[in-house]
Design a protein around this ligand. Structure first.
Ligand SMILES: Cc1cc2nc3c(=O)[nH]c(=O)nc-3n(C[C@H](O)[C@H](O)[C@H](O)COP(=O)(O)OP(=O)(O)OC[C@H]3O[C@@H](n4cnc5c(N)ncnc54)[C@H](O)[C@@H]3O)c2cc1C
Length: 385
């Protein structure tokens, strides 16, 4: 049995049947307004589905507004990684989105990438050709054929606008189920959002997915805090991303048209307990990020705030995308745990979610990859109904 097919998810709903006997989902409630929720909203709207987004703080307020936005066609290809086909599909979708929204509106451009070893006490001499100057040994690891970048916050907001979704600022604190379906969402403050027979729910909560994982018998989701700065640059830096080795750490730099995004100094993996607007940098990480930025970009980063956010992670390092039918919520879909590739894989995830809801199965990527990313891959755990 192909447990991810989700045919039951679509057919289980009453009313408004389509010509093939399946039931059309009229409206979807997306919980979480990051890149995954926004992409789901966008591709569902393209299929004619009305979307409402419930977001606790603000669209792109977490990792999706603070990420680097580096995209690579084939960096997830190795070793039969099921994320590979998703990334390839998403890389192409990013190109199409850039045409649709206009490249500069979402900060899309092709770039190359280098691995750079920056020795201790090296003197930095930037040149027009290389902002890393003479301090590093560089190896080209990506070209403009296979690498690109976007501005994650601009893209996430453009996708929400493009979906015409109604965005409601509301913190979902739990779900009520009945007959193996989500009957309503509990909202902080005492309200509930009933889920009608022709509605479905997409959970796109990133590292906050434990909101539903325990109740639905899914493994724990984790977050790994990482820090970033956005430094204005005039003139612009040469357009290549740098993956560096600096004092035993691996900070990264992504130049953009008029600024440079610098990130790194992650903490260890843990369950996320802070609210999205309470994620702050640790002092030691902030000190290191500032020292690195000073060494590479000189005084340009002085006074620029350091931000923190969580990479969303799963137990096995693979995102969870698919129907929650076998978890006792047949009108629910989960899309979370995209680690350091959520911006790259957002559009393909959103398209896959729209296919699952509108067609009953994901056809964007091969079947073996669909089942490898499905929630049904986890052995069933105790779950309350
Ligand atoms: C420093 C850093 C750099 C990165 N760089 C890149 C990169 O270059 N390329 C790349 O592809 N990826 C990158 N990533 C990864 C990428 O940012 C994430 O994988 C992606 O943003 C995850 O998106 P998401 O929508 O799943 O989660 P999030 O962006 O975390 O969104 C989840 C949303 O859910 C909301 N929410 C939480 N709880 C509730 C609730 N109870 N009710 C309602 N709403 C709720 C939150 O407010 C938030 O808006 C980077 C990540 C980090 C940390």
């Amino acid at each position: 049995m192909d447990r991810n097919k989700g045919a039951g998810f679509v057919t289980a709903m009453a009313g408004g049947g389509t010509s093939n006997g399946n039931v059309r989902v009229r409206k979807v409630v997306v919980v979480g307004g990051g890149i995954i929720g926004a992409s789901s909203a966008y591709f569902l709207a393209k299929r004619g589905v009305e979307v409402e987004v419930l977001e606790s703080n603000g669209v792109a307020c977490a990792a999706s507004g603070k990420a680097g936005g580096f995209l690579a066609l084939d960096w997830n290809d190795e070793g039969g990684n099921p994320v590979g086909p998703l990334s390839r599909a998403s890389f192409t979708l990013h190109k199409e989105l850039a045409q649709e929204f206009g490249p500069s509106a979402i900060g899309y451009r092709l770039i190359s990438a280098v691995a750079a070893n920056i020795p201790e006490n090296a003197r930095h001499e930037a040149s027009k050709a290389s902002y890393l100057g003479s301090v590093s040994k560089e190896t080209v690891i990506g070209t403009t054929e296979t690498c690109a970048q976007v501005h994650p916050e601009k893209l996430t907001k453009a996708l929400i606008r493009g979906s015409s979704a109604k965005v409601t600022i509301a913190k979902v604190i739990g779900i009520n189920r009945s007959d193996s379906k989500i009957a309503s969402l509990r909202i902080e403050g005492g309200a509930t959002r009933p889920i009608a027979h022709d509605e479905a729910v997409v959970f796109a909560l990133g590292p906050w997915s434990n909101l539903v994982s325990k109740e639905l018998g899914l493994p724990t989701f984790y977050g790994q805090k990482a820090l970033s700065m956005v430094v204005p640059t005039d003139p612009p830096l040469s357009p290549y991303a740098a993956f560096t080795n600096w004092r035993g750490k691996n900070p990264e730099i992504y130049p953009r048209a008029d600024e440079a995004y610098v990130c790194g100094f992650g903490e260890s993996l843990r369950m996320v307990t802070e609210k999205p607007d309470e994620v702050v940098p640790l002092e030691s990480g902030e000190r290191q990020l500032r020292a690195f930025t000073k060494e590479i970009l000189g005084s340009m980063g002085d006074g620029v705030p350091v931000r923190a956010c969580h990479l969303p992670l799963t137990e096995d390092g693979i995102p969870v995308i698919g129907s929650l039918e076998s978890n006792g919520a047949e009108n629910g879909v989960l899309a979370a745990g995209h680690s350091c590739w959520g911006i790259l894989n957002g559009p393909a995830t959103g398209k896959a979610v729209s296919e699952l809801i509108c067609d009953g199965e994901i056809s964007l990527i091969p079947k073996w990859a669909v089942s490898s990313i499905s929630p049904a891959r986890f052995p069933s755990r105790t779950r309350s109904r």
